[in-house]
Design a protein around this ligand. Structure first.
Ligand code: PDD
Length: 281
């Protein structure tokens, strides 16, 4: 596989990053995941804009403009012959010579920019899309700026493991009695003809797929309520689903052992998935 590191395309075995990199020492970096379907990038502009926002919230300069970033994404898709898959992009505050809590001067410490591809044949035809996923609820123990897409993913990773150990597929995190989001996706329930999902704030990541799906839902005259909901309300909902760049729209069929809609995916989630994939490809 060919990867991109700081201006160079290299075989993955030759790519190197300093041990002093602040993402390695302090999780001082941000990332984006963009999906590729049939060789085409999905929602690239949304991801590029959110990257700039994450960087600016952390006082990091943007290493390059949107066009250059797009060119690198396209080149990696070409070099690695990606039909369906993901592109991972990470920008860190770079590698000053020492470990220090004070941010290094951006004039002297260059950001580290890394991109690589993951081939996932049939990404849009996953069994989860047809069968739905089972989720458990866990306490949200992440930091308070979840709107910044940082590489601090230890708690979400632990949450995913808690779900696997419980025989489920993923976890929804709960804070002050209400669902924030999934470990790596946004969370939704459907009540009658209304889609309910938590409103944007610093409590959740502003999903690029979320923005697109809510826009398509409104265009299709579906009702959308942006507000918090509890696990209890979700267990009594008609349907539930998640969205992310890698899951698109994926139905949820069980929450903490309670089956939704008889344990089979609901029609509204299926329709939204179809609309999203049709409109984005
Ligand atoms: N995760 N919420 C969290 C906590 C996430 O990590 C993600 C994405 C989302 C959905 O955002 P988007 O629709 O822009 O992908 C919501 C990516 C896919 C990941 O970490 O792999």
């Amino acid at each position: 596989r060919t990867v991109y590191v700081n201006g160079e395309y290299l075989p993955e075995t030759e790519a190197k990053v300093s041990i002093f990199d602040r993402a390695f020492l302090m999780a001082d970096g941000v990332y984006e995941v963009t999906s590729v379907l049939g060789g085409k990038l999905i929602d690239f502009d949304g991801h590029a804009k959110r990257l700039d926002r994450s960087l600016s919230e952390l006082d990091m300069p943007s290493p390059m403009g949107r066009d250059e970033l797009l060119e690198i994404h396209r080149e990696l898709v070409r070099l690695n012959e990606i039909e369906d898959g993901l592109i991972y992009l990470q920008v860190t505050r770079g590698a000053p010579g020492d470990r220090d809590f004070v941010f290094p001067d951006p004039e002297t410490t260059e950001p580290t920019v890394v991109l690589f591809t993951q081939s996932k044949p049939g990404l849009a035809e996953s069994p989860a899309a047809k069968e739905g996923i089972r989720i458990i609820s866990i306490e949200d123990q992440r930091w308070g700026r979840r709107d910044i897409k940082t590489v601090q993913l230890l708690y979400p990773s632990m949450g995913k493991m808690m779900a696997k150990k419980a025989g489920a597929d993923d976890a929804w995190m709960v804070e002050d009695g209400a669902v924030t989001e999934g470990t790596s996706n946004n969370a939704y329930i459907v009540k009658g003809d209304t889609i309910v999902t938590r409103q944007l704030s610093t409590d959740i990541l502003h999903g690029i797929t979320r923005a697109a799906v809510l826009r398509f839902a409104r265009e299709a005259q579906m009702k959308v309520e942006e507000r918090p909901f509890t696990i209890e309300e979700a267990q009594g909902a008609d349907e539930a689903f998640i969205t992310s760049a890698s899951a698109f729209v994926t139905p949820v069929v069980e929450i903490d052992g309670v089956a939704l809609g008889g344990g089979t995916p609901g029609p509204l989630a299926a329709r939204l998935r179809e609309i999203y994939l049709d409109e984005s490809r």
